[in-house]
Write a protein of this length. Structure first.
Length: 115
């Protein structure tokens, strides 16, 4: 992990594209970060995958790339929208996400990456 503003989000987007992941969950600790991250990914992917938000009033569960707040996804009504193998990769935005989740529920879904 590195400090904010060093390009980790773009690096993760390029990695997801190069690795060919079709379904990705990106967990953040605030809705504003989910929206910012989605915008960055949209620049990298253009219209090649669908992107959605889960949290802060959004429930776009079916998107290829889901940007979710950990507070929302920690609630079973949202987490249980997904099968354990629903995602090729799960990206945790930073250590605050790990602290809040304690990796309890996200570990129920396979494929984990920390940026």
């Amino acid at each position: 992990m590195t400090r904010a503003g060093t390009g980790k989000t773009y690096a993760s987007a390029f990695a997801m594209r190069e690795l060919g992941f079709r379904r990705v969950l990106f967990l953040v600790h605030r809705g504003q970060l989910a929206r910012q991250t989605r915008k960055s990914y949209e620049k990298v992917f253009a219209n090649t995958v669908s992107m959605g938000l889960v949290g802060a009033g959004y429930h776009e569960y079916e998107a290829d790339y889901v940007f979710a707040t950990v507070q929302t996804l920690n609630r079973d009504e949202h987490l249980l929208q997904y099968a354990k193998d629903a995602f090729d990769c799960i990206v945790l935005d930073d250590e605050r996400v790990i602290i809040r989740t304690k990796l309890e529920k996200p570990s129920k879904i396979k494929g984990l990456a920390l940026i």
